[in-house]
Design a binder for this molecule. Structure first.
Ligand code: CP
Ligand code: NVA
Length: 308
C-alpha cells in the first residue's frame, strides 16, 4: 500500500509518535552542521520529491527542499501556473506522470478533494503541504516544538484563538490522536470543521469552544493563533472585525499559565492576530516552530517512503 500523508490520521498516533522521536534524534545529530549537509546515513539518497504549489509558500517550500537535501535526496519545485496542470491537464494524468518520474509528491492546493484525487491516481506517496481543509505537516512541526519544550502531549492544555481554519482542523485531529485538550476562543460562524471535532472527541480529546478569549487561555500551557483570513478565503472587513477580540496580546498571554508558550505557523500579521510584544517575547516559540518544519517533514518523508 502506498503511504499517503493527506492528514495525520493516515499515519495514526503511534506513527506520529515514532516520527517525532525520529525528528528529535536527527535534529540533535546534526545540531552544529551546515544546514545543507546530508545526514550521515543519507536515508533518501537517490530519491526525488516533486512539489506542486497552487498557493504561495515560504516555509513549506524551503523546508521540504532542505529536508530532501538533508536526507540525501533532492526536490523539484513546480509552480502550478507554469505547468500543464495550470492549463487544464487533469489531476489524474498529472499523478500518473509524476509517479513515473519521482519518488514522492508534495502538493499545496485549495480544494481537499484535489489532493485526494491526486493520491488516488498516484503510485508514489502524496503529502499534504496545506489545503483549505488541513495542514498536517505544520502540526507535526508544532508537536515537535511542544515536545522539545518538555511538555508531554497526553494531557497538554492548548488554547487556540481566532479563525477555525485548516491549521486548527489539523490541531484538533492531533488532539484526538495524542490525547490533549484544546480550548478554542473565536467568534460565532468561524468554527472549525465539525467532522474533525467529532472524530477527535470520539477518540477521547477534550475540545471546547468559548466566545471569551480569557476563558480559552485559562490553564493553557500553549497559546496558538493564525492569520484571521486564510489564503483563498473571501474574508473581508467583517471577518477581520469579528476576530478583533481574539488578538493575542500581553494581557491575554498573562491569563494563561506562567511561562506559557506562544505559537503561530507564520506568516504572522503583526498587529492583527498577534502583537509585536508577544511574537517577539521570550515566550514565543515561532522560530523554533518554523525551523522544525524541516525536522518534522524529514520524518514524514521517511514514514511515507516506508522507513519508519
Ligand atoms: N506555515 C506555513 O505553511 O508557511 P508557508 O505558507 O510559508 O509555507
Ligand atoms: N491558515 C493559513 C495558513 C498559512 C500557512 C492559510 O491557509 O492561509
Amino acid at each position: 500500500m502506498t503511504r499517503h500523508f493527506l492528514d495525520l490520521s493516515d499515519a495514526g498516533g503511534d506513527a506520529v509518535a515514532a516520527m517525532l522521536n525520529d525528528a528529535l534524534d536527527r535534529k540533535a545529530a546534526r545540531a552544529t552542521w551546515p544546514k545543507g549537509r546530508p545526514d550521515a546515513d543519507a536515508p533518501l539518497a537517490g530519491h526525488v520529491l516533486a512539489m506542486i504549489f497552487e498557493k504561495n509558500s515560504t516555509r513549506t517550500r524551503v523546508s521540504f527542499d532542505m529536508a530532501m537535501r538533508q536526507l540525501g535526496g533532492s526536490a523539484i519545485i513546480l509552480e502550478a501556473g507554469s505547468t500543464q496542470l495550470g492549463r487544464g491537464e487533469t489531476v489524474a494524468d498529472t499523478a500518473r506522470v509524476l509517479s513515473r518520474m519521482v519518488d514522492a509528491i508534495m502538493i499545496r492546493t485549495d480544494d481537499h478533494a484535489k489532493i485526494e484525487e491526486l493520491a488516488h491516481y498516484a503510485s508514489v506517496p502524496v503529502i499534504n503541504g496545506l489545503t483549505d481543509q488541513s495542514h498536517p505537516c505544520q502540526i507535526m512541526a508544532d508537536l515537535l516544538t511542544i515536545v522539545e519544550r518538555g511538555i508531554a502531549l497526553p494531557g497538554l492544555q492548548m488554547a487556540w484563538l481566532g479563525d477555525g481554519n485548516n491549521v486548527l482542523n489539523s490541531l484538533i485531529e492531533a488532539a484526538g490522536l495524542m490525547k490533549f485538550t484544546i480550548r478554542v476562543g473565536g467568534p460565532e460562524g468561524y468554527e472549525p470543521d465539525a467532522r474533525f471535532v467529532e472524530r477527535a472527541r470520539a477518540a477521547g480529546a477534550d475540545i471546547r469552544f468559548t466566545r471569551d478569549p480569557r476563558e480559552a487561555v485559562a490553564g493553557a500551557q500553549v497559546v496558538v493563533t493564525d492569520c484571521w483570513v486564510s489564503m483563498g478565503q473571501a474574508g473581508g472587513e467583517a471577518q477581520v472585525a469579528a476576530m478583533q477580540p481574539y488578538q493575542v496580546d500581553e494581557a491575554l498571554m498573562a491569563a494563561a499559565v506562567p511561562g506559557a508558550a506562544f505559537m503561530h505557523c507564520l506568516p504572522a500579521h503583526r498587529g492583527e492576530e498577534v502583537t509585536d510584544a508577544v511574537i517577539d517575547s521570550p515566550a514565543s516559540a515561532v522560530w523554533d516552530e518554523a525551523e522544525n518544519r524541516i525536522h518534522a517533514q524529514k520524518s514524514v518523508l521517511r514514514w511515507a517512503l516506508g522507513q519508519l
